[in-house]
Structures are given as C-alpha cells and as structure tokens.
Design a protein around this ligand. Structure first.
Ligand code: ATP
Length: 375
C-alpha cells in the first residue's frame, strides 16, 4: 500500500533507541535517527557494524529488542513486512529465477490483490522508469548484472512505498556501471520525490548520492551529517580516517589565544590551528589535515614564492609520487619524523609544478585547514 505520500521535508521516519542483540552480541546498540520525507539518506560503515540489521528492522524482517520505529507518527515496530509502506531492495537482488522480468515486477502487486489491468499498467510504467523496455519476457539469468539491478529496483518501487530501503544496491556492478547507475538512482529518487535509505560501505558512493550520511561504528551512529560537513568537520579521528584520506598528527595542547591553538605534535613539530567550534580540552589532541589542503613549495629562497606564511611550514623530502590523472599524490617525509600527504591538482603547468623523489620541499597549510580532534 502506501499511496498517500507525505510532503517533502515533513518528518517521515523516527527511530528511537532501537537495539538488536544476537546471543550476547549487540549488533545494533541504541540507534536514534529522524528521516524527513524526500531525503536520500546513506548508512555508511565498515563490514559488520550493523547497517543491514538496522535496515532489516525498518523493513520488518527483524524485530528490535528495544526502542520504537515510528512512520508518520505511527509505531510500526510490530507490523509485518508487507503491512509496512516500506520496501527493501536486497544486496543480491533476490529475483525469482523462474519468473520473467514482468512477473518479477508484478509479484508484489498480485500479492497485494491489485486488479489485473492496473497491474499491467503499473508494470509497464516501472519497465519504462528503469529503461527495461523489450526485456519484459526474459528470465533473470538472461540479463546482465546492471539489468538485474534495474528489475530489482522496479520490483521494489512497484507498490510505491513511502520509504525504499536499499542494501548495497550497486555492490555487484563494475566501477563504470556503478557510477552511471548512481546518477540514475539519484535522478529517479528526485523525480519520484521518494525517501531512500541506502546502505553502503563505500564512502565515495555515500558522498556522491546522499543528502545526509549516518556513519555507523560497532552498532552505534558515530555521526550524522551532510557529506560536506562530515568530510570537513569529522567528530573523531575514526571518522576522519574512515571518510576520505587524511593526515593525522597526535600532539599536546600548548596554548590558545581565543582564535588559535598551538599544538606540539610528535611527528610534525608545532602546529597552529584555528580554535575549533566544538570546544576541546587542554590535553592530548590530534590535528587532521586533508591531503588537498597541503601545498608544496621548493625549499630555500625560491620556496617563499607563493608561500603566504611561515606558520605550519614543514620541511621534508619527497618520498613517493602517485600520479592519478586529475591529481598527483606526493608523500613527504618530514624532517620532524612523520609523513604528510599532499594531493595536488594536475594543471597545464605540470612541468613547472612537478616534484621528483628525494627533492627537498616545504609542505604547508593554514590554521583553518586544520581540524582539531579529541584524542
Ligand atoms: P556488511 O557490510 O558486511 O553487510 P553490516 O554492517 O551490514 O555488514 P550486519 O549484517 O548488520 O552488518 O551484521 C552486524 C553484526 O551482527 C555482524 O557481526 C554479524 O555477524 C551479526 N549478525 C547479523 N545477523 C545475525 C544473526 N542472524 N545471528 C547472529 N549474528 C548476526
């Protein structure tokens, strides 16, 4: 069912302190979360962190031991899967091998007792939506991986659920197809104005598609934020490392002047950072700098060209170069002992910008480029 769709931006789903224990293992350990209608939300986390279990509780395949699940204000925690206006698309697609594309898509509609003529109309609509015209009579084993993925999507969308749950929907596709399908999925979600919750362990995929990301670690939500906020202001070292590449330096608080902190690090010397928005203690602290924030200059007098400041200028030697097409990653072995990675955009001026292994350089960044994190 679920034909009455809530307006975009209205609260749709409220999860209150849900938990699930298998034996003595708490797979989901007290998760609370609000999802608005029309959101594309990604649950991101390493293997085994409880993403799928959380999704299965929303779909009704698993009963929570604790907590409530409210959809449109109604507690659905005890409702059976087919009684919920929620549908789930499984990681392995779970298509019926003996049924055609058309019958796979029609399956849930038949079971819901929809009239034959309406089913035919709806299936045709879904086939067009996911661009499977002409393949209606094929069986799953006569389809490519990408086509199977579309059948599963069409089947999951056929009953027009208020909420669609997608468990690693693109995991089985190769990189190129995955990237184009990401775009199609986003387009589809926007066009239908539906609410999607997607599970993925691929941070790039979550960043690309989702309007908000919930990072899960060991059964708990470690941070919920928009992709940019997650990347630029991670709340912990673990999140900073899990989402994207990062240079991390451990150190000790030295002083603060209201705008800046001075932190003595073991591997990069003394660093000056902006005072973080969330207050930190005058204790052991870590400093995180994204590789694309790190600039390189030649050492010596020439290095002053384009170098705005002597603050956070780390002397070192190029240890490794990794050319990635659009960017090049330089690993710099610092005189202070540590390593720092700089990701540099390859411009047309590559010849004058390029560095070679063993070259002396200065790696530098501004106080605002630094994120201060608790120990
Ligand atoms: P992945 O990305 O590998 O699919 P996940 O984050 O989706 O991982 P879950 O499938 O939710 O993780 O599993 C979380 C933990 O709960 C895992 O350690 C798993 O072994 C355990 N678990 C899941 N289902 C059961 C079950 N039915 N019985 C016992 N343990 C389970």
């Amino acid at each position: 069912g679920g034909d009455a769709h809530p307006t975009a931006g209205q609260p749709l789903l409220r999860i209150e302190g849900i938990a699930k224990t298998f034996g003595t293992f708490r797979a989901v350990d007290g998760v609370s979360l609000d999802i608005k209608a029309g959101e594309f939300f990604a649950l991101l986390g390493p293997s085994g962190c409880g993403k799928t279990t959380l999704l299965r509780m929303l779909a009704g395949f698993e009963a929570p031991d604790e907590g409530r699940i409210l959809l449109g204000g109604k507690d659905i925690a005890q409702a059976l899967p087919h009684e919920r206006p929620i549908n789930m698309m499984f990681q392995n697609y779970a298509l019926f091998p003996h049924l055609s594309v058309r019958d796979n898509i029609a399956f849930g509609l038949k079971r819901a007792g929809m009239a034959r003529a309406d089913i035919a109309t709806r299936v045709a609509e879904m086939v067009a939506l996911v661009k499977l015209e002409g393949l209606e009579k094929r069986k799953p084993d006569q389809l490519s991986g990408g086509q199977r993925q579309r059948v599963a999507l069409a089947r999951a969308l056929a009953r027009r659920p208020q909420l669609l749950l997608l468990d690693e929907p693109l995991a089985a596709l190769d990189k190129k197809l995955r990237e184009s399908t990401q775009g199609e999925l986003m387009e589809l979600q926007r066009r239908l104005g539906m609410t999607f919750i997607i599970v993925t362990h691929d941070q790039e995929e979550a960043m690309t598609m989702a309007s908000r990301i919930g990072v899960m670690k060991a059964g708990k939500l470690a941070q919920v934020a928009a992709p940019r906020a997650l990347y630029e202001t991670p709340r912990s070292r673990w999140i900073a490392e899990f989402v994207g590449d990062v240079n991390l330096f451990e150190g000790e608080f030295k002083l603060r002047d209201g705008h800046h902190l001075v932190i003595a690090t073991r591997e990069a010397g003394t660093l000056v950072t902006a005072e973080p928005r969330e207050p930190v203690g005058e204790t052991a602290l870590s400093v995180a700098i994204r590789p694309e924030k790190v600039k390189l200059s030649r050492r010596g007098p020439v290095s002053e060209v384009g170098r705005e400041t002597a603050i956070n200028s780390l002397e070192g030697v190029i240890a490794d170069i990794c050319y990635l097409g659009g960017t090049t990653t330089y690993k710099v072995k610092l005189d202070a002992g540590g390593m720092v990675q700089a990701s540099v955009v390859n411009s047309a001026r590559i010849e004058t910008d390029a560095y070679s292994v063993n070259q002396n350089v200065v790696a530098w960044f501004t106080p605002d480029d630094c994120v201060v994190l608790p120990p």
